[in-house]
Design a protein around this ligand. Structure first.
Ligand code: DAK
Length: 271
């Protein structure tokens, strides 16, 4: 069932560059700098950091959808006008800070879906890849054009692009700075779905509505297990048997099995 986003409630921590609305535990974040194609400046990073910090242990949050204001861009990269004056030391520190914020998104307990409604370039492509799932509008374009500016990616693009589409394809995008279409991104496994332009958020919401019916602990642990695969310091197979035991011992697993046997829908409590 499609649910219209205008039923959302505005949330207190709204800043003008990051609009936050909430409906039934699903949070809609809109990066709101349409005149700069939603480029990521310090204010946007501050607002993203605040949201994901505040909600880190808030299990009433069932999912998050991130998109860009307008219909032209998701995010056209880091704000070029803002970083041009930085020196190497400041640049490295800011790159680390951006990476840390994107790690918070990647490790968030509930699924975060990027609803990519246009250009997702540089930091925008990196932001979408830090999310767990990506829904792209037909007109979306993805790319890492940092080389055009004489730069390498600063927010995890050189790592997550290889993880998501493999070394061969990642190197082509990273070395040429070329953009790819939504269809190509789907073919390469960079996005989960391509939908008609304008339906990105509603499709992301439909996807989340399905996920929120599952056991919340299982969803949380699945995100963490998949992230473990890419964490060289962790043995993901060990994490898996530990988390299997943890979820098996949970009330949710008892409820899931009981509901199956009684041929009814489960009522999970996230415990
Ligand atoms: N930053 C600032 N403003 C941007 C912008 C950006 N990334 N992208 C677009 N804009 C602004 C344009 O300047 C223009 O503003 P006005 O001139 O009207 O004031 C407005 O948005 C509309 O853009 P266009 O007129 O260019 O629109 P077009 O349809 O002609 O072209 C485009 C759309 C997306 C193809 C084009 O705007 C474009 O190529 N944009 C830049 C794409 C890009 O190169 N993005 C940055 C990639 S590098 C770090 C430092 C850097 C980075 C990371 C970390 N640290 C210091 C930690 C780098 C990250 C990147 O993302």
């Amino acid at each position: 069932m499609l649910v219209k986003s205008y039923l959302c409630k505005k949330v207190d921590m709204n800043s003008s560059v990051l609009l936050i609305e909430q409906k039934d535990g699903i949070f809609f974040l809109t990066i709101n700098r349409p005149d700069a194609l939603n480029a990521l400046n310090k204010e946007v990073f501050d607002a993203l950091e605040q949201f994901f910090k505040d909600k880190k242990n808030d299990f009433s949050v069932k999912g998050v959808i991130v998109s860009g204001a307008g219909n032209k861009a998701f995010v056209a990269g880091a704000d070029i006008k803002e970083f041009i004056h930085l020196d190497s030391v400041e640049g490295a520190a800011l790159s680390k800070r951006g990476q840390d914020i994107f790690f918070m998104i990647e490790n968030f307990h509930a699924p975060v879906v990027a609803a990519v409604n246009g250009f997702a370039l540089g930091g925008g492509c990196e932001l979408s890849m830090a999310c767990h799932l990506i829904i792209a509008g037909e007109h979306a374009r993805f790319g890492q054009p940092e080389v055009n500016l004489g730069l390498v990616p600063g927010y995890g693009g050189s790592q997550r692009l290889v993880q998501n589409i493999g070394k061969t394809r990642a190197l082509k995008l990273l070395l040429t700075g070329d953009m790819i279409t939504a269809t190509q991104a789907l073919e390469w496994g960079l996005v989960n779905e391509v939908v008609p332009s304008g339906e990105e958020k509603v499709s992301a919401e439909v996807l989340l509505q399905k996920i929120v019916t599952k056991g919340p602990l299982a969803i949380q642990k699945t995100i963490s297990l998949v992230n473990d695969f890419f964490n060289k310091a962790v043995d993901g197979f060990k994490s898996e048997y530990e988390d299997f035991g943890y979820t098996l011992g949970s009330d949710d697993a008892k409820e899931g099995a009981a509901a199956f046997i009684e041929k009814r829908k489960p009522s999970f409590k996230g415990k």
